[in-house]
Design a protein around this ligand. Sequence first.
Ligand code: FNR
Length: 369
Amino acid sequence: GIEPLDLTVCKPLAEAPQWQTKRSSRKDDHVRLALQQHEQEPANAFDDVRFIHHALCGVSVSQVDMSTTVCGSRWELPFYINAMTGGSQRTGSINASLARAAQSTGIAIASGSQHAALRDPELAATFTAIREQSQGFVFANVGSTVTPQQAVQAVTMLNANALQIHVNLAQEIVMPEGNRDFSGWPQRIREIIAASPVPVVVKEVGFGMSRRSVEQLAALGARTVDVSGRGGTDFAAIENSRRSAREYGYLDGWGQSTVLCLLDCCGFDASGEDSLGSVDILASGGVRNPLDVVKALALGAKAVGVSGHFLRVFEDRGESGLVDEINAWAEQLRSLMALLGATTVADLQHTDLLLGGMTLEQTTLLGVD
Ligand code: FNR
């Protein structure tokens, strides 16, 4: 096995290579602070969802088919390593390990934001490590500020199967060096989708997508949206920790939970019509175990992304530990689907769910049945 990097020791800038700019040290900060957040995995809105147990499931574990279709491609497993990192030496090496784990377990993987490499080609190797290590499904990743040409370049850089566009408004607000002009985002998203040679996923980064946002994205041409909600990695808290005085500390915990997003976006509107019928929903944000995966699938997600939890497992148990974890999730997922009488991912949508806690109160406010 390959030893995990010691992510707790941060090289002082003076000793770092020339290209270790403020930007790439920001990537190291993100990893370090996200790891701290995932030392414990507290209760979240997935705990407000319970399945009604039926005593006679009537299926065999061996009958269960866990495959799903994302961006027109069939995946054998309905969960994936979601966008995280790249852009510094340390994060390039993390990308290589995550990609080897994805390759050996057969799951898809997303790159972190490739902006650093678009600005400085010397940093491209910290991202291309993903494609070098994984021949499977790879997502490229850009924000909604890049030009369509840069988005195409990001796809080419990784020979990617699909492109993620992240929208991270709340993070930019709290980030000390964050953007302040968001007026061009919708038009850029439209242009990037039109120019992309591969399917596009528009994703949040842990603050969630409302139904209104998904409807707007659908009108801009989006066919797949990752709601990436609150409950796991909190980028408001991460960016507050990078400020001198946590000035926006009151924004920690901003956004909607992943569960609430799924209830909002995968439900039906008052007329009984599913107005988002043409958009596939992916789920991420606060997924801690295979039961959370099953819950997200039952609430309508086509597949489920995991970032912080897998990063933490890699940090604690190394690359082989991450491979073991992913394989264990696949095996447990199969068992859980049988427990629920589902032989396919689509069958999970016919399970009986109970909602409680804060999520139940919030759905009443949203008018979700
Ligand atoms: C992220 N995330 C992210 N998303 C994105 O689209 N581009 C990016 O560059 C990053 N960078 C990044 C770094 C680190 C260290 C983490 C942990 C996460 C967000 C990620 O894809 C996901 O949307 C959220 O983290 C919520 O999922 P988890 O972490 O709660 O499973």
